[in-house]
Ligand binder design. Structure first.
Ligand code: FNR
Length: 189
């Protein structure tokens, strides 16, 4: 069975190392997963006045999440938490009240930073948010990727074989997790 994965990159930077990581992950993933990026760049800052008449950017985000089987978050760490742009996107997708897009939507989190702990604190913060949003999360493996110059090529090829195997196993585990979660869900969701 093929499953669709939408990935959100938590960085808006044109040179984002996390987008490079996302590209690497899509290359290494099992062929049963199909990927599309779910863009977060054009979302205004959310407030609940929008709920009465959701703007096209907010509807596009919710439609994109509805159209995939699972979500992969690839995010940097900003000041030991998740970037505001990513939190804003999650807030948009979680509303209007009663239409939370993450309910029963399996997810995984991963990220890279030049620092030694490789976005570990941001990922814990993101996991709290996703718990509240009722997304079944892959608990293990965790993946904290320290970005070093040359680790990834321009097209997302991984130059270090240990890292390549680790990332490839991570995606295989995610594919298995998605299958288990979807199989366990009621038909109507
Ligand atoms: C950072 N960076 C950073 N790194 C980290 O490991 N822990 C942190 O808490 C922070 N905090 C932080 C705050 C802000 C505002 C910026 C701009 C940067 C460094 C960060 O990991 C680095 O800039 C990465 O390149 C960001 O990922 P992208 O945007 O390249 O994907």
């Amino acid at each position: 069975t093929t499953h669709k994965v939408g990935y959100l990159v938590g960085s808006l930077s044109a040179k984002s190392i996390n987008r490079t990581l996302a590209t690497a992950l899509t290359r290494l993933a099992p062929s049963t997963l199909e990927f599309q990026e779910i863009p977060i760049r054009d979302l205004p800052l959310y407030n609940h006045d929008f709920d009465a008449d959701y703007p096209p950017e907010g509807r596009a985000l919710k439609d994109a999440i509805a159209s995939v089987d699972a979500i992969l978050f690839v995010t940097p760490e900003y000041n030991r938490s998740i970037p505001g742009a990513l939190k804003n996107a999650i807030d948009w997708a979680s509303r209007p009240w009663g239409t939370n897009s993450f309910t029963h939507k399996p997810s995984a989190v991963i990220g890279t930073s030049p620092g030694k702990i490789g976005t570990a604190v941001a990922q814990q913060s993101l996991r709290s948010v996703l718990s509240f949003c009722n997304s079944p999360q892959m608990n293990a493996p965790e993946a904290y990727i320290q970005f070093t110059p040359g680790l990834f090529g321009d097209d997302g090829e991984v130059t270090d074989s240990t890292t390549e195997k680790f990332l490839s196993d991570f995606m295989t585990d995610f594919a298995d997790f998605i299958g288990r979660v979807l199989a366990a869900l009621p038909q109507e969701r």
